[in-house]
Every structure is written in structure tokens, then in C-alpha cells.
Design a protein. Structure first.
Length: 170
């Protein structure tokens, strides 16, 4: 009987570890060695984003990094973001939820440079003669390198979007 209890105990531990692995994989996203695909379901992203809203900055969730170490992010904005200009990277964004405005333009007054050539960025300031586009769920946006941009959620709304950095080739 003790050997049977011992085997049942081992099976219970193996079963518990297996269930834990499945739960961890389903919460953190799935990546298989067979094809290197990273997959997050809609509900997994909802779970990752729950409780991330803050009044300080723009909370984000890092989903993955590219071979160039650029981030694939989900960003939540409850207040206007800083004006940004990226020297070598296009921003590809897909609006997930919420509503807002995207301001873009070529001239920025009062921005500050960070980084060194060829991967500098400029942040802050105000876009002069900005073009404004309304953002709604499902919208797809490509912001080319060297174009100033700023995301502004509608008052009282939470603007959530995926952002993927793509290195600009010449």
C-alpha cells in the first residue's frame, strides 16, 4: 500500500507541475521552439493590462523584442503623451480600444534630444501646424521616422494601442 501511495504522490506532483506550466503559459503568452511564434490571445492581453492604468506616464506591457532589440508594446494612455520624433525607427500602431487624437507634423518647438546619431530621439515640446487624426479601435497607423507625433486620449477615455518599432532602411 505504501508503494501505491508513493506512486500516487508522484503522479499528483507531476500533474500539479503540468497544470502549473499550462496556466503559466496561458497567462504569459505562448512561444514554441518549433516555429518561434509568440502568441497572446485577446483575453491574455486583457489580463496583462488589468490594473495597469496610472496617472503617472503611460503604462505599458512589453510583449516581445525584435532581433534588433526593439520593443513590441501595448500602451495605455489616460493623458496626452509627449511629442516624440525617432531618427531611424518607424512606429507601427494599431488602436486596440478607446478613442483619441494623433497629432503629427514636421516642426517641433521646445523638444529635447536624447541619444546619439544614428538612433537619436527627440521628446517634448509642441508640434507646430499639426495634422490631427481621430483614433478609434481597429485603426492602423504607420508613423515614418523623423515625423513628430503625439497621442492624446479623449477626455475621460483610456486609449490603448499596440506599438511596434520598425528600423527604417535606406
Amino acid at each position: 500500500m505504501s508503494r501505491q501511495n508513493s506512486n500516487q504522490g508522484r503522479y499528483s506532483v507531476v500533474l500539479l507541475l503540468s497544470v502549473s506550466l499550462l496556466v503559466t503559459t496561458s497567462v504569459l503568452g505562448q512561444k514554441t521552439k518549433a516555429d518561434s511564434v509568440t502568441f497572446y490571445s485577446h483575453s491574455q492581453i486583457d489580463s496583462l493590462l488589468s490594473g495597469k492604468v496610472s496617472t503617472q506616464g503611460a503604462p505599458s506591457v512589453l510583449l516581445e523584442r525584435s532581433k534588433d532589440n526593439e520593443a513590441y508594446l501595448v500602451i495605455i494612455r489616460t493623458k496626452p503623451g509627449d511629442v516624440e520624433v525617432h531618427e531611424q525607427y518607424d512606429d507601427v500602431a494599431i488602436i486596440r480600444s478607446g478613442h483619441g487624437i494623433l497629432k503629427t507634423g514636421r516642426t517641433v518647438q521646445g523638444h529635447k534630444e536624447s541619444g546619439k546619431e544614428p538612433t537619436r530621439e527627440w521628446r517634448g515640446g509642441v508640434i507646430q501646424n499639426a495634422v490631427e487624426r481621430n483614433l478609434t479601435p481597429g485603426d492602423f497607423v504607420v508613423i515614418p521616422a523623423m515625423l513628430a507625433h503625439q497621442y492624446i486620449p479623449n477626455a475621460g477615455d483610456k486609449l490603448t494601442y499596440w506599438t511596434i518599432k520598425v528600423k527604417r532602411t535606406k
